[in-house]
Ligand binder design. Structure first.
Ligand code: SAH
Length: 481
């Protein structure tokens, strides 16, 4: 617990000014005035620029946006009836003149970069009209405000404005039909977090209306939903913004063992967390049990995030889960993630395709190499494809020997990354001849990605060690293949 902070008072209190149908006047034709004009153009106020001389880029912009300008010297009478005035001449005496004129007419005025002359300050703005987030710092600086703004931009889906507009349309109907207090709060919760919101996010306003109507008629039947979400390779900042948002909205997070705690912890604090297991040699739920779990959670009206390492559609058994959800008529969506092969390639600065060297790539487990005949991907490798081997530690020898037998040069480069994309990653390099040694590297306890091909030669090796083992530590339960 920290020391309690005294509650500080705001010297400038945020309010939202009505501007629609009224003039907003900017005095000035230079850079400062242009910046303010761009900000104010996000409102439906009638923007007017007053300046004898307007810089060419600003003039072009005004013309393109059909914003009128008075190209003559400033006079107090120009301000009559305005809702807001901006003094942005770049000259102190002129700005003062504008400020005094506005004050004489009781119009709030802002003087750019002259806080001592301002009645109000302009915020950094996150615009999801009709919803707006305004950020003010009272002069602690625009850089701080922009940083905060960037974080909020990431949190709010671009479709939030459309959703807020839809909500506005339902307000009076909800007031008539849904009892005040808890029932009404529940309705809006389900509206903003449920099917209507998801439809708006997909750009399908018609379906959103249907979902909202349905919710009005049967508020007790709020539909559950499952998002099959790629968590990326395990670093908290290699997850997509959409995945992060869904995690923060989830009621339940069902995650694989490969997804590190820190990534699961990005989720809503009070979300229920269920580990679905799936690490070699450890107890875990069967795929059928996981399918059933997802269906039953969604049927109970929960928003479920099924969090999978990397990309959910790459060796993630998402196909079976999607089939089960479809069969049960449960709504679901898929959110892609950074797959292990891409994270490993980035760690090694290894081009997966390279002009004149490799123009295709293969994602494989190598587990289909056991039979007598070569799988198609082995031929692709011989033709120069870059091969990414998932779950390829225990059968590394098989993969190497069979590829060599099939005609791939034993000198072909191999790059191996344990815990790709994570701070504790380890990089190893060698050739196909060295690859069998990987199965003996019991000191590697994290997930391992193997990349084979001629493009490996273009990777960066100054941070990697040879594949051949130097020391061994016994494997414990929890190691993946
Ligand atoms: N859907 C996942 C793959 C799941 S299969 C994805 O798209 O990445 C599990 C295998 O993925 C592991 O055995 C390992 O080969 C690979 N893998 C997953 N995360 C990894 C990581 N951070 N580093 C290296 N390999 C990883």
């Amino acid at each position: 617990m920290g020391v309690p902070q005294p509650v500080r008072k705001l010297n400038a209190f945020p309010v939202f000014m009505r501007v629609t149908g009224r003039a907003v006047i900017i005095v000035g034709g230079g850079e400062e005035a242009f910046a303010k004009a761009r900000l104010l153009a996000q409102s439906s106020g009638d923007l007017v620029v007053v300046a004898e001389h307007v810089e060419p880029a600003f003039a072009d912009w005004l013309a393109r946006n059909e914003i009128p300008s008075l190209r003559r010297p400033f006079e107090a009478s120009q301000l009559k009836g305005a809702s807001l005035v901006f003094a942005a001449t770049g000259d102190e005496t002129s700005d003062r003149e504008v400020v005094e004129a506005a004050r004489a007419l009781s119009i709030p005025v802002n003087a750019v970069d002259r806080p001592e002359l301002c009645d109000f300050f302009t915020p950094a703005l996150v615009n999801r009209a009709p919803l707006a987030v305004a950020i003010g710092t009272e002069g602690a600086g625009p850089v701080l405000a922009q940083k905060v703004r960037a974080r909020i931009e990431r949190l709010l889906p671009p479709s939030l404005g459309a959703l807020a507009a839809l909500a506005t349309g339902y307000r009076s109907l909800v007031e008539q039909l849904v009892e005040k207090g808890q029932p009404r709060r529940s309705f809006w919760n389900a509206f903003f977090a449920g099917e209507a919101a998801r439809n708006v996010e997909q750009g399908d306003i018609e379906s959103a209306r249907r979902a909202a109507d349905q919710l009005l008629l049967h508020p007790e039947e709020a539909a559950g939903h499952v998002a099959l979400v790629g968590a990326g390779p395990g670093a908290e900042d290699l997850i997509t913004l959409r995945a992060h948002r869904l995690l923060m909205e989830a009621d339940v997070i069902v995650h694989d063992a490969l997804v590190p705690e820190a990534v699961v912890a990005l989720g809503r604090r009070d979300a229920e967390r269920i580990a679905a297991g799936k690490r070699k040699g450890c107890h875990s739920k069967s795929q059928a049990e996981i399918n059933e779990l997802l269906v039953s959670l969604a049927r109970a009206g929960k928003r479920v995030v099924r969090l999978k390492a990397g990309d959910p559609l790459v060796f993630g058994r998402a196909g079976e889960e999607m089939q089960a959800l479809r069969d049960a008529d449960v709504s679901y969506e898929v959110v892609p993630g950074v797959t292990a092969a891409f994270a490993a390639a980035a760690d090694f600065e290894l081009p997966l395709t390279l002009r004149g060297v490799a123009s295709s790539m293969v994602f494989t487990t190598g587990h289909d190499l056991k039979g007598a005949s070569l799988p198609d991907w082995a031929r692709l490798a011989i033709d120069g494809a870059t091969v990414a081997v998932y779950m390829g530690r225990s059968n590394a020898a098989d993969v190497a020997l069979r590829l060599i037998k099939a005609g791939l040069s034993p000198d072909t480069g191999v790059a191996v990354v344990e815990n790709a994309g994570q701070p504790g990653r380890r990089l190893l390099h060698g050739t196909l001849t060295d690859l069998p040694a990987l199965a003996e590297r019991t000191d590697l306890t994290g997930p391992v990605m193997t990349i084979i091909g001629d493009t490996v030669a273009g990777a960066r090796f100054d941070r990697s060690e040879p594949i051949a083992a130097t020391h061994n530590v016994p494997v414990e339960c929890g190691a993946s293949r």
